[in-house]
Design a protein around this ligand. Structure first.
Ligand code: ATP
Length: 249
């Protein structure tokens, strides 16, 4: 909606609450969300480029400006620095699936349009490292069926969408997409997904008078810290971790 007010690029840093009973080493009930949204000039790939450049800046800045602190942490929790490419390493969904198929994941375990399980994501991370030599990569063109209604379908094949996740060693740190800014298409997708458009009317109406194509990213700060440092649990990246069984302190 800020983009429809002609703000070209916006960001927000704030608490995110998830009422999920996820008792895993990477999920918290409250985390710090870093969200950005930008107008697209020519092509959706601009969003991937900005997201990649931002992480590259963060990773390089951490290693250059906080090497003393990183060394102290790595003495206690050993990890190799995260390797990354200068230009974004982008894997399209069908290519990622093909790599998993070649590694023995059959269609009975994973359909071409199914979401990846945690172990399949980890395996993909290993395969990408072996093939492209990077820990940090982008999986792009997720199937439309497994992304939210506001995701823009790909122009050339609507079964896929202009959406992506970013991974460190096969573990997600960021999720993003081009948003569907066409009110008629949005209503059509809502109908197809069986979602009631009524509660979303203010969101849709923000686009009625015209809005730039736009896209962005949602990043979990604790997720980035925990995976960048190779820690064994996201709770170690939070001062007061909140999970399904911990509300205080
Ligand atoms: P996952 O598949 O890992 O559960 P998600 O697909 O639910 O994540 P999004 O809703 O796309 O994640 O959220 C964007 C980002 O927010 C994620 O890439 C991750 O960095 C972070 N994030 C999401 N859920 C959590 C959580 N429960 N705890 C910590 N960080 C989270």
């Amino acid at each position: 909606m800020a983009i429809s007010a002609d703000l070209g690029r916006v960001f927000e840093v704030g608490p995110v609450f998830r009422a999920e009973n996820s008792n895993t080493r990477r999920h918290l009930c409250e985390f710090t969300g870093l969200d950005l949204e930008m107008a697209i000039g020519e092509h959706y790939d601009e969003v991937l480029s900005v997201s990649h450049s931002m992480f590259k800046y963060i990773f390089e800045g951490l290693e250059e400006r906080y090497s003393k602190e990183l060394a102290a942490i790595r003495e206690q929790y050993f990890s190799e620095p995260v390797s990354f490419t200068d230009e974004p390493c982008i894997l399209h969904w069908p290519d990622g699936i093909a790599m998993l198929r070649a590694a023995g994941i059959g269609p009975e375990e994973l359909g071409d349009f199914d979401d990846l399980s945690t172990s399949q994501e980890l395996l993909l991370g290993e395969l990408v490292k072996a093939k492209f030599g990077t820990d940090f990569f982008i999986m792009d063109r997720y199937p439309s069926a497994i992304r939210p209604f506001y995701t823009m379908p790909c122009e050339d094949d609507k079964r896929y969408s202009n959406s992506y996740d970013m991974f460190i060693r096969g573990q997600e740190i960021c999720s993003g997409a081009q948003r569907c800014h066409d009110p008629a298409l949005l209503r059509q997708i809502l109908a197809e997904k069986g979602v009631d458009p009524e509660p979303l009317s203010s969101y849709i109406s923000a686009f009625e008078h015209g809005v730039s194509p736009h896209g962005g990213a949602g990043i979990g700060l604790e997720r980035v810290v925990f995976l960048y440092l190779g820690l064994d649990n996201v709770r170690k990246a939070s001062m007061f971790p909140r999970d399904p069984s911990r509300c205080s302190p």
